[in-house]
Design a protein around this ligand. Structure first.
Ligand code: PMV
Length: 331
C-alpha cells in the first residue's frame, strides 16, 4: 500500500472539483505525553505503537489554499514566498500531489504562531490545517477520522491535531491503516498547564522522520519500545480519568526520556539536548525535590514543555521567566 492507494481507497473514485474562492482552516499543535517513535510501515506512516497527546488550541497553523492556473505551486510561509527547492516546499508539494485538480498548481499560505521545525510540532498542525482546508476547498465533507488518516500521510503526529483536548492515536492493525487515526478522549482538565520553554528557534539539525528511522534501524533496545509505550499509554489514560497529576507528569516525563534514551543508544547516537536543555532538566528535578509538582516532556528538539497545574503556575513562572504558559482546556 502506498499513499495514492490510501487516498484512492478513501475517495472511492469521487472526482475532485475545487471551489474557486479557495478555503482556509486552522489546526492546533499537539504535544505528545506518550510519544510516537517508530513505524511499522514507513510508506504510509503506520506507527509501531499507539500514542497520546494534548492539543494547544491557541498555538498552531492557519492555512489558506486555492487552485491556480499555472502548474507550479506557489507557497508562502508567514507572508514570505518560499523557493520550491526548500524542504518545506518539497514536503508540501509532494503531499499536494495526492490531491491535484487537472495537474494544476496550488497557492498555499501558511501562517504559524510557533517556530517551524524546532521540535514544537509545527508539521503536525501544518498538515492537519492543510487537510482541513482541502476538505473545504473540494467540499469533500469527510469524517474527522478520514481527515486524520489523510493528515497522517503528511506527518504521523498530524493525525492527532484534528481535535482539541486529549487525543489518542490508535496504532490499529489494518495493513492499509484505515484504523490508524486519532480518537479524542472525552475527559477535560481545566487546571492543566503546559509551559513552552523555547531556548532557540533555530531549526533542528536532524528531522524527527530521519531520527526515528535511524533509531528503529540501529538501537539495540528499540524492540522494548512498543511494550513500554503501551504500558505508559494505559497509565496515562488512567491518570487522566482520575485527574492524578503526579501520575500524568511522572509517566509523561519518563516516556519522553525513554524515547531520548533510545536515540542515545542508536549508532551513531542522536542527541537533541543542548546544555540549556540539560541544565533546565536538573533545575526541574531540584524544584521537584523541594516539593514542587512540576514535570517536563521533550520532543525531537532541544526545547522543553513543562507540565503543571494552575495552583503552581505563579511559582513556576517565577522560576522559569521565559516559560509561556498555555492552558489546553481554557479558551
Ligand atoms: O510526526 P513526526 O514525523 O514529526 O514525528 C513526531 C515525533 C515526536 O514529536 C517526537 C513524538 C510525537 O508523538 O509527537
Amino acid at each position: 500500500m502506498n499513499k495514492p492507494e490510501v487516498v484512492a481507497k478513501i475517495f472511492q473514485g469521487r472526482a475532485f472539483v475545487p471551489s474557486l474562492e479557495g478555503a482556509e482552516a486552522f489546526a492546533p499543535i499537539n504535544i505528545a505525553l506518550c510519544k510516537y517513535w517508530g513505524k511499522r510501515n514507513t510508506a504510509i506512516n503506520l506507527p509501531a505503537a499507539s500514542s497520546l497527546s494534548v492539543s494547544l488550541p491557541s498555538k498552531g497553523t492557519r492555512t489558506y489554499i486555492k487552485v491556480i492556473e499555472t502548474a507550479e505551486d506557489k507557497i508562502f510561509l508567514n507572508g514570505q514566498s518560499l523557493d520550491a527547492s526548500l524542504d518545506f516546499s518539497k514536503k508540501l508539494t509532494d503531499f499536494l500531489n495526492l490531491f491535484r485538480y487537472e495537474a494544476r498548481g496550488f497557492e498555499v499560505h501558511t501562517e504559524s504562531n510557533i517556530p517551524i521545525s524546532a521540535g514544537l510540532a509545527s508539521s503536525a498542525s501544518g498538515f492537519a490545517a492543510l487537510v482541513l482546508a482541502l476538505d473545504k476547498l473540494y467540499n469533500w465533507r469527510l469524517s474527522r477520522s478520514q481527515l486524520s488518516i489523510l493528515s497522517r500521510l503528511g506527518s504521523g503526529s498530524a493525525c492527532r491535531s484534528l481535535w482539541t483536548g486529549f487525543v489518542e492515536w490508535q496504532a490499529g492493525q489494518d495493513a492499509e491503516g484505515m484504523d490508524s487515526h486519532g480518537v479524542p478522549l472525552t475527559d477535560t482538565w481545566p487546571d492543566l498547564c503546559l509551559g513552552l520553554l523555547v531556548f532557540a528557534e533555530a531549526q533542528k539539525a536532524i528531522s524527527s522522520r530521519v531520527a526515528m528511522q535511524h533509531t528503529v534501524a540501529t538501537s539495540p533496545f528499540y524492540k522494548t519500545w512498543p511494550s513500554v509505550a503501551a504500558a505508559d499509554l494505559a497509565t496515562l489514560k488512567q491518570a487522566i480519568a482520575l485527574k492524578d497529576f503526579e501520575q500524568l507528569g511522572f509517566v509523561s516525563e519518563a516516556n519522553a526520556m525513554a524515547m531520548h534514551a533510545l536515540m542515545l543508544s542508536a549508532r551513531p547516537s542522536v542527541l537533541y539536548a543542548r546544555p540549556e536543555t540539560v541544565s533546565t532538566q536538573h533545575a526541574i528535578w531540584a524544584a521537584r525535590n523541594q516539593g514542587l509538582s512540576l514535570y517536563f516532556t521533550q520532543d525531537a528538539g532541544y526545547n522543553l514543555k513543562l507540565l503543571f497545574l494552575e495552583p503552581q503556575r505563579a511559582e513556576i513562572e517565577a522560576l522559569f521567566p521565559h516559560c509561556e504558559t498555555v492552558k489546553p482546556f481554557v479558551k
